[in-house]
Design a protein around this ligand. Sequence first.
Ligand code: GLC
Length: 495
Amino acid sequence: MGMMEVATAMVLAVGVTAAAVLVVRHRMRNSGKWGKAMGIVREFKDKCGTPIAKLRQVADAMTVEMHAGLASEGGSKLKMLISHVDNLPTGNETGIFYALDLGGTNFRVLRVKLGGVENIKKEFQEVSIPSNLMTGTCEDLFDFVAGELAKFVATEGEDMQIPAGTQRELGFTFSFPVKQSSIAGGTLVKWTKGFDVKDVVGQDVAEELTKAMERVGLGMRVSALVNDTVGTLAEGRYSDPNVIAALILGTGSNAAYVERANAIPKWQGLPPKSGEMVINMEWGNFRSSHLPLTDYDEILDSETLNAGEQRYEKMISGMYLGEIVRLVLLKMAEEAEFFGDTVPSKLEKPFILSTPDMSAMHHDSTPDLKVVATKLKDILEISNTSLKMRKVIVELCEIVATRGARLAAAGILAILKKTGRDTVKKGQENQKSVIAIDGGLFEHYTKFRNTMLDTINELLGKEVSRNIIIKPSNDGSGIGAALLAASYSQYHEYI
Ligand code: GLC
């Protein structure tokens, strides 16, 4: 080797060594970051833990709050609102009734012809609410709704005409906390689920709707004002007398159940106290030190229009699950450069990751997690993720959905405990308890649903589980309101 060649070889050798050192350093740095990111996931997972013993504590705490909420007005975070529904549909209702189902970004108007359990004819239309109306004025919201209802009424066919000389009757499903003054009237306690329409809290919502209907020239009587949980319960009861409770697991979450009227100390309405009464729990506002809350839940809460409220709802319902995943990913991006040395700007946008998108990622069954890659690219503009990273994202979805589903199961246990149906009683070995469940989260997020169902069985054990039936109820809340309009019709005696 000549001098020149030796020198070249040395330079090359030095170069190769330097490159190798760089690669190792890069890897070490990256593995340090990876370790940090995994640390964030691990810590989050630990804090979200819902072992059975904890779920039992949650259920017990909720049962205690149920008692307190029934005992006195304001006695608990659980409002335990008296629905004034003490007369659930029997299946014998007949006639033509309207319903309006308002409580999310879409509302539905329905027309139903009742002629027995096997014979319901239903026509409906779905309308989306312009987002500015969700935080606008009372008049604008109700005028819009009444206007759409009037358009729908105008499409009434020959076979859907009410008897001459009678007035159209409406069941109004209003899926927010309402303190009822009667079956057909009540005041809004507060807004939830991202609504903040001015001048409605404290007002009678049935009256507001009636005024708006008058403004658009629509003569219709609100015969029942109900929560969506109550509507779902009524719809379930129509075809099955064993239905004792109903849940909504959708944008928000809530439950209603049938209580003995004499177990409601604050109920002064039925002398002598007797019979049954449907209670709208407003369980979304449940709170307990046993709830496995994390820092991310605190951040999420602070981002909402109703900070400090609906804390249980914010852990279990569709409006929020995707957002929790986003907040954890953001932390991983900021503190562990999970997506590279800059934080993807879309990831900083609150509520950009919806629960349906989270669900799609969670259910991704392609070997290379293509759906996750596509969602990241389309929603967050993040590309070039490794399979390893995508697996971590699926794991985050799993953690968040599992916690929510298991906590919802604990809520069901609380209702069963309160109604004495969490054990098998002597002489009632075959007594069935049916719980009707509606809402997009329950309907579409299969892993959430399955985890919830498994957890109910785990909590109750084989023997009790046999008698507890979970009945999916699609769009029961609207039909249920129409059924209640029938039960409480002004023409009741003629039907
Ligand atoms: C929110 C509302 C409640 C409703 C539930 C489901 O929790 O406060 O009234 O039933 O969402 O729509």
